[in-house]
Design a protein around this ligand. Structure first.
Ligand SMILES: *Cc1c(COP(=O)(O)O)cnc(C)c1O
Length: 353
């Protein structure tokens, strides 16, 4: 044990993000970034904000961005929380709602950051096994618990839960917060946003990182009834008054205003995904049905780790998780059509060896 560390720090298991290496002519399909640039209007808005005003602290309430999100999603500004990436929003939600006497319920295969937050905040978790086809089974989320966290679509499987099944979980847990992390929802799943009015226990979390191509800006948000948002504000104002700078807020507002660009890019990613899924299937991969900007796939004759390494040798990065239930799989972010074509060529070569 390091002399200077507290016992708390000693007990942490930090999240390990996908690598961001500097390799020339790299095809980077490992962290689910958008292959397209952000809207030019976002860049213009950030430029316009770059000036004398940076001397001044930003609005601690991020009123302009909350207002823009509220009108985009048809809720009140008091029903919107914003943070420095949805990871920060998730952390505050765990802190605000899940430190309870009973364990938090989550699927065995889900976003691995959830278990990191559990450690950070001393929250115990019960992992609910996936059903047939690596699906989340809503009937397994009725046990008495301290809360429920789900990614929908799930990560890294990419599989979406229909809205009725999210609702089934909300009804089974009326006294607990059900957090639905919709990081990938814009790529083809049904958002639970429409249920916020009817369920006082629902918190929906989304991000600008994936579908709006702004992973580098760090903007995430939550939508839920005002009593939940107030709890998040209490945590935020006990932690960092200014999680979003002026550039982040200006860029995020501009992204929401450019609906045509958003719709065009998101449709392109979905089209590329469907094409790539067919090509991988033809190469002998089992590809799970994806509602995200990535595919989760395995090849019966090759180990996931070996395939990931063989791709890496060809300057193509995909994500491989060492965890035993998903060790055979690769998570492949959707790139441009050109990048995906290169990937298919590389796989064809590797599999022919
Ligand atoms: C990418 C991702 C996030 C984090 O997004 P940021 O807003 O960039 O912090 C959260 N949840 C899931 C499931 C993700 O895949």
């Amino acid at each position: 044990m390091n002399t200077f560390w507290s016992r708390h720090v000693e007990g942490l298991t930090p999240y390990v993000p996908g690598e961001q290496p500097r390799i020339e002519r790299l095809i980077k399909l490992n962290t689910n970034e958008n292959p397209y640039p952000p809207s030019p209007k976002v860049i213009a808005a950030i430029h316009a904000e770059c000036g004398d005003a940076l001397r001044l602290y930003p609005d601690p309430q991020s009123g302009a961005l909350k207002g823009a999100l509220a009108s985009y999603y048809g809720v009140e500004p008091s029903e919107v929380f914003v943070g420095n990436g949805s990871d920060e929003v998730l952390a505050h939600a765990f802190h605000a709602f899940f430190i309870q006497d009973l364990p938090l319920l989550m699927p065995t295969v889900s976003y691995s950051f959830y278990q990191v937050y559990c450690r950070l905040y001393g929250i115990s978790a019960t992992l609910v096994p996936l059903a047939e086809g690596m699906r989340v089974d809503p009937a397994q989320f009725g046990a008495s618990c301290g809360g429920v966290v789900l990614a929908n679509p799930n990560a890294p499987t990419g599989i979406a839960l229909p809205l009725e099944q999210v609702e089934q979980i909300l009804r089974a847990q009326p006294d607990r917060v059900v957090l639905v992390d919709e990081a990938y929802v814009d790529f083809g799943a049904q958002s639970a946003m429409s249920l916020v009015r009817s369920y006082s226990n629902l918190l929906v979390v989304q991000t600008f990182s994936k579908s709006r191509a702004l992973a580098g800006l760090r903007v995430g948000f939550a939508i839920g009834q005002a009593h939940l948002i107030e709890a998040l504000e209490r945590i935020k104002d006990s932690f960092n008054s200014y999680p979003l700078g002026r550039l982040e807020s200006a860029g995020a507002v501009a992204a929401l205003e450019d609906e045509d660009y958003f719709q065009a890019r998101r449709a392109q990613v979905i089209a590329t995904r469907e094409h790539l899924a067919r090509q991988l299937t033809a190469l002998g991969f089992e590809v799970l049905p994806s509602s995200t900007n990535f595919l989760f796939a395995r090849h019966g004759l090759h180990r996931g780790a070996d395939l990931a390494q063989a791709l890496r040798d060809r300057a193509i990065l995909v994500r491989h998780f060492k965890s035993p239930d998903i060790d055979d799989f690769l998570r492949i972010s959707i790139g441009t059509d050109e990048e995906c074509a290169q990937l298919v060529l590389a796989f064809a070569e590797i599999l022919a060896r």
